[in-house]
Design a protein around this ligand. Structure first.
Ligand code: G6P
Length: 608
């Protein structure tokens, strides 16, 4: 959600900015722009189309001269998506240009104050106040003006700022919104995330909240807002540029679906040693773990859905009551959390605003915070007592696939790790599940053999008006994810229902030809699912079911069956989600949807 790039160096800035913005497109945006300084003035280019339009208009940036600049992809929060509201925004003396990610919560009060001083606002954004405050406080020293400006701001922001009177220096600030500095040789960069930088440098400084970076072509200095210098060595990013490119696939989503066997293996392999699960450097001591009497999992979107699956796994393996709550709800109730609560935070990006706020709420109440995160150095990772990384690599498609799968693996491993320490599951059970986890990469690969038949189903049914996903137990958890995947990328209305709940309302919506996807792979509840399938069939539904291999009985009831390789029932989600991801992909494809960048969605949701 909103992306920032910035560059200062010894080559043209615009091509670097446009390439960086294109790599940030996946975060979601509705307009974009760049600002570059040349010969003492700032040139701004904006678009309400894709970045490619800006590239075309500027011959890939070559027609815009200047070696320092900032760029932005905007996801509208304050003011409609239009050129006027697109960043960068200029101050009233056209001296400063500013890009911003986050929300300035007190912008109305600041705007009133500036308007009273005679400042004329050109946009409806909260960001514009920053550009004007910079002008107001500038007395020849940009750092001082910046320090004064940010002392007036409330909310979350990361900022990239250039000043036409100082064309050698780029300024950056981070305050509860992600921003990193890429350190090169004679060329330095800022960006919202690593994907925009890896083609240029792998040396990255993760800015901390409250830090200001003062960047020239050859130097990066970090300061607190009080002007105190901070020293920190850059971290090395191990992601390769291939990870941020399509590698022959038409869409990142399919590339990422196909990466899942590798991602699953990379996530569990280093954590299993001598038949046991092992996490390096966890602060959660055995004593602390034994004192835990409740687990709360909180997250948003698909990450929340992995939590729904984990509830079944944890309660089975640990016998500790486990609640799953949407982060946006958790933060606004009065949750019962104390030092005996383990709060597990799940987030691919590590930046989701509601999830981060839920984390802080739980921390204030004394819980131990364990987060499961994909992005190293992200806000959630930094704020947690313990972090387990998913190591899924950069996920570019807005609809998550491989990060979901990696999160599941970490959750299984943590369940087994804790069960061993608590003695809540037998060593035979732990060994059996671990051995099944090791087979998951091969089983997922085998599921890709289904792709052609899934494509045919998608082709035939892609105009389905609306869909119901039903399931019980873990099948229900997967139903939620399957339903979300379908609706987010194909815009087809779908709903996930606990199969037993169907007759308490939803069944009235079943009519001739209605598609029902009946997830029936949780073998011990299959008889119950068969009854639910009969209920919808007898009212005219078309039923596409899942079942474990060899289970032929289901063919008597369902119209079509997708067979899944057998695995331990607690690991079912890892195989069952794969055909549903492929099905959503092909349905969206046949409907001509923008699969990697669905309308209105953002990859990283950094506002409430
Ligand atoms: C957005 C994305 C979803 C994601 C959710 C949570 O809505 O489109 O794919 O599941 O945010 O994101 P997180 O980065 O916290 O996992």
């Amino acid at each position: 959600m909103c992306g920032i790039v910035g560059f200062v160096g010894n080559k043209k800035a615009a091509p670097v900015l446009l390439e960086g913005l294109q790599r940030l497109e996946y975060r979601g945006y509705d307009s974009a722009g760049i600002a570059v300084i040349k010969n003492g003035s700032i040139e701004i280019k904006k678009t309400i189309e894709r970045i490619s339009a800006l590239k075309e208009a500027t011959d890939n940036g070559q027609t815009v001269d200047g070696e320092i600049g900032i760029g932005h992809t905007r996801w509208a929060t304050h003011g409609a998506p239009c050129k006027r509201n697109a960043h960068p925004h200029m101050g009233f003396k056209s001296r400063f240009a500013v890009v911003h990610n986050g929300i300035i919560e007190n912008y109305i009060e600041l705007k009133d104050e500036l308007v009273a001083l005679g400042v004329n606002f050109k946009s409806e954004t909260d960001t514009e106040v920053v550009a004007h405050l910079m002008e107001l406080y500038y007395e020849g020293d940009v750092f001082n003006a910046l320090a004064k400006t940010i002392s007036r701001l409330k909310g979350s922001y990361s900022l990239g700022i250039i000043c036409r009177e100082h064309p050698e220096t780029l300024y950056a600030v981070r305050h509860f919104s992600p921003l990193i500095v890429g350190v090169g040789v004679g060329n330095n960069y800022i960006a919202s995330d690593v994907t925009a930088l890896v083609s240029h440098t792998k040396n990255v400084l993760y800015l901390e909240d409250g830090e200001i970076a003062v960047i020239t072509a050859n130097k990066v200095d970090l300061f607190t807002a009080d002007g105190e210098k901070k020293e920190r060595e850059p971290s090395f990013v191990s992601w390769s540029i291939d990870a941020a490119e399509k590698g022959g696939y038409d869409h990142f989503m399919m590339k990422e679906i196909k990466e899942q066997p590798d991602v699953i293996a990379k996530t569990f392999e280093p954590r299993i040693k001598d038949g046991k699960v092992f996490f390096e450097g966890l602060n959660l001591t055995d004593e602390k773990l034994k004192s835990i009497n409740k687990i709360i999992i909180t997250a948003c979107g698909s990450a929340y859905h992995t939590g729904v699956v984990a509830k079944y796994v944890f309660e089975e393996l640990l016998r500790i009551p486990t609640e799953v709550d949407l982060a946006s709800e958790f933060r606004y109730r009065n949750p019962i959390v104390d030092e005996h609560t383990l709060v597990i935070i799940i987030s691919q990006s590590g930046e989701t605003a509601d999830t981060l706020a839920a984390l802080r709420e739980a921390k204030n109440r004394g819980a131990h915070i364990l987060s499961i995160v994909n992005v190293v150095g992200s806000s959630i990772a930094k704020a947690s007592d313990d972090v387990i990384y998913t190591w899924a690599g950069p996920e570019i498609a807005v609809a998550t696939t491989k990060a979901y799968s990696a999160q599941l693996i970490v959750l299984y491993l943590f369940g087994l790790y804790a069960a061993e320490r608590l003695g809540s599951a037998s060593s035979d059970t732990i060994t059996a599940i671990l051995s099944e986890i090791k087979q998951l990469p091969e089983k997922v690969k085998k599921l890709f053999e289904m792709e052609e038949s899934i494509k045919k189903i998608a082709k035939k049914h892609h105009r389905m008006g609306s869909v119901f996903f039903i399931g019980r137990n873990i099948d229900y958890g997967v139903a939620m994810e399957g339903s979300l995947k379908l609706k987010e990328i194909s815009y087809i209305n779908s709903e996930a229902y606990a199969a037993g709940e169907l007759k308490h309302g939803t069944i009235s919506l079943i009519e001739e030809g209605r598609m029902v996807i009946a997830l029936s792979a949780y073998d011990s509840l299959q008889d119950k699912m068969m009854s639910n399938i009969k209920e919808v069939k007898s009212r005219g539904a078309f039923v596409l079911a899942t079942a474990t291999e060899g289970n032929k009985a289901i063919e008597k009831e369902a119209d079509q069956v997708l067979y899944l390789p057998k695995t331990h029932p607690l690991l079912l989600a890892s195989v069952e989600v794969i055909p549903l991801q492929m099905l959503s992909y092909y349905i969206a494809l046949y409907n001509g949807c923008d699969i990697d960048k669905p309308r209105n969605l953002a990859k990283s949701v950094t506002v409430e």
